[in-house]
Design a protein around this ligand. Sequence first.
Ligand SMILES: Cc1ncc(COP(=O)(O)O)c(C=O)c1O
Length: 223
Amino acid sequence: MNDYSAYADYLADIINRFSGEYSCSPQAVQIENQMIKWVASIIGYDATTAGGATLSGGSMSGLMALITARSHYNITSKQVSSCCVYVTHHTHHSIIKALHLVGMGDAQIRYVDVDDMYAMNVDHLQQLITADLVAGLRPWFIVASAGTTNTGAIDPLRRIGVIAQTAGCWYHVDGAYGAFFILTSQAARLFDGIQLADSVVLDPHKGLFLPYGILTSFPHTLY
Ligand SMILES: Cc1ncc(COP(=O)(O)O)c(C=O)c1O
């Protein structure tokens, strides 16, 4: 952890300002908004239109992405069981938990194969989506990992993004562990296509060594 973030955490604790509402703490809200714009710009989003929020961690952020996607497509409780969610066995378990939390535990979970580097096999993803469409189901939510917890594997983000756009799916990138490596010259190219995502999760308490409990996620559209 670096000194500045430790002091900032200390200040936030002793001042204890509520930053969920601009009028209560304009400075804190502005700091959060500036940080969100900065992260949006490193992802490759248009920082003038992108939005987001700081939450308590990666799990909460995945939950927020699911809720946002459910609202975006106006998924009703009757439609849940026909909605398909595409993950791999290396997707963080918090996503499946979050599905249950939002009342979508009956959604169809599709486990996409991984290649020998543990990254998502996009051909298999396409096959699963095609089969679901033929079966009259609704491809809805694709989760790509930008750094899996188990191995650090980064899924082919651009190719998955194109498939998601064509299929009309929400495209979520879980970069909780790995996405801040986009700041390094060695790894930046591996994140090509992350900007196609409808939501991205990054954990500054992982990649930036900030105090625990800071998280930012970026739906394109604010709700
Ligand atoms: C890839 C990934 N996603 C989500 C999470 C959950 O993050 P948190 O522990 O901050 O809730 C983790 C935590 O290790 C993670 O590695």
